[in-house]
Ligand binder design. Sequence first.
Ligand SMILES: [Zn+2]
Length: 252
Amino acid sequence: MSKTEPEIAALAGLLREASRAVVFTGAGISTESGIPDFRSPGGIWTRMAPIDFQDFVASAEMRREAWRRRFAMEETFASVSPNEGHRAVAALVARGTASAVITQNIDNLHQDSGAPADKVIEIHGNTRYAKCLDCGTRMELAPIRAHFEVHGAAPDCPACGGLLKTATISFGQAMPEAEMARAEAETRACDLFLVLGSSLVVYPAAGFPSLAKQSGAKLVIVNRDPTDQDRRADLVLHRQIGPTLSAAVNAL
Ligand SMILES: [Zn+2]
């Protein structure tokens, strides 16, 4: 067996001791698959202000713009695939080490990598499909796009006539109650909280590490750059996520 680097060995050691880990992922795990980080310097939101939820609801013109932007991203979302980081997370779920994956990402890559959908808690929703804002009916994007290209607007909800929107949580939109409650319960119950690729600045992400620590869990942060929560952590690795986590999981 090859010699394991000390940092990888430390991460593997904490994973081995954990009986109920929670994995928390942010943009950093998906940038390694080629998904742009909207919030980063030079990211989409520094060039183009995100559309606020109230504006989406109030204005047909804003809805047109929101859908235009979303369909412009479709080639990116349709062409990316999970990387070894996503697969290592799925392996932690499969071997029973991790009880849940809480994600800020909206790209569905955890599910695509084989993590069961019922183990993935999406606190910012999912952009790969749409939902009716009134009745919650799910609708796929392809028929919405076909309608948009003919009529210049998304169709109304086929079930109730309400507004369809990608199933993401926009600025100004309430956090999803059920997902937030599950995420908090999982965080309180875990014995290891593993952060992958989140700068832990944006609410509510910033609150989870301290909640986990207060509940007696160990905290591990793997992120390219330092985060404000590094000082609370039991182990901090400023490294790429995919190669780091897969090496640690392979060492288990
Ligand atoms: Zn509806």
